[in-house]
Design a protein around this ligand. Structure first.
Ligand SMILES: Nc1ncnc2c1ncn2[C@@H]1O[C@H](COP(=O)(O)OP(=O)(O)OP(=O)(O)O)[C@@H](O)[C@H]1O
Length: 265
């Protein structure tokens, strides 16, 4: 599988939901390219459509218009099997697994490559152990998944996506529920993976200050506006970040890229 220079290109993409009353549009006119080899963070207020965008790019739900090009080919032209070798997805929902060890769960990442009987080759198991090592969760290998803390489980889900060996990984709020050092650790890990394996890593987050420090590129979704795309510095200079962050009692300093909150007394 080619893993160099993978990009996702969105052209005039519309996303939304089919409801009883017709299509509920969430966002329209999304244009942009997500590059491999860098960390791209998707920011935006609650309900603006980040999860919907990630689900649409993962082919979990249909787009409502426009184009999604993966390796230059429209996403909907790929079979499910092909997509399982191209896109890994890490969601926030807890995996519904009982009586499964960490290593067994990470092994599920190999399912696009195993045959009908789902038997793992020596190579598959080596990939699984490498993914576990990369995320630094060897001590958890034999633990039952349901006994893990939220942060530990999040790392396991990332290891599973790595074991899938896809050139593209989408993550929906991978830093939610984590303590501060774990948030930093997960973002550092994803940043390193994007570079070492030249992967597309596209994640949504509400950890704005961390994203501004760690992301190479920010996608900023604002209700009723075009998605703003650029380096944190560029978006700060354009004023886009200030408009997103600043409220009464919340100030953003574009020079230091920090957020200052005034205590109301
Ligand atoms: N299945 C659905 N049917 C109809 N509307 C939906 C459905 N799921 C989500 N929505 C709506 O779509 C909009 C975008 O939701 P989405 O979950 O993508 O936002 P988000 O940016 O990820 O929000 P958050 O930061 O709160 O997770 C919201 O108004 C939400 O209520």
């Amino acid at each position: 599988m080619k893993t160099t220079g993978e990009t996702i290109e969105l052209r005039n993409l519309s996303i939304g939901y089919q409801t009883k009353h017709g299509i509920k549009t969430v966002a329209t006119g999304i244009d942009g390219t997500i590059k491999s080899g860098e960390l791209t963070c998707l920011l935006g207020a609650n309900g603006v459509g980040k999860s919907t965008l990630l689900k649409t790019l993962s082919s979990f739900q249909p787009k409502t218009g426009g184009e999604i090009l993966l390796e230059g080919r429209e996403l909907s032209e790929y079979s499910d099997k092909q997509l399982s070798r191209l896109i890994g997805v890490v969601l926030t929902e807890k995996p519904d697994v009982r009586n499964m060890t960490v290593r067994e769960l990470v092994s599920l990442g190999r399912s696009p490559y195993t045959g009908f009987w789902g038997t793992y080759s020596k190579d598959d198991l080596q990939v699984v152990d490498e993914a576990i090592a990369m995320v630094g969760i060897e001590p958890l290998k034999k633990r039952m998944v349901h006994t893990l803390s939220d942060g530990e489980r999040q790392k396991v889900m990332i290891a599973k996506a790595l074991a899938q060996q896809t050139p593209v990984i989408y993550l929906d709020e991978p830093t939610a529920f984590l303590d501060y050092p774990s948030k930093v650790e997960v973002l550092q890990l994803l940043c390193r993976i994007s570079r070492e394996a030249d992967k597309v890593i596209f994640l949504s987050t509400h950890d704005v200050e961390l994203a501004l420090q760690m992301a190479d590129t920010i996608w900023l979704m604002t209700q009723g506006e075009a998605v703003a795309i650029g380096s944190p510095k560029a978006l700060a200079e354009q004023g886009a970040l200030g408009r997103f962050i600043e409220r009464e009692g919340i100030a953003f300093d574009p020079k230091t890229m920090t957020i200052k909150v005034t205590k109301q007394v």
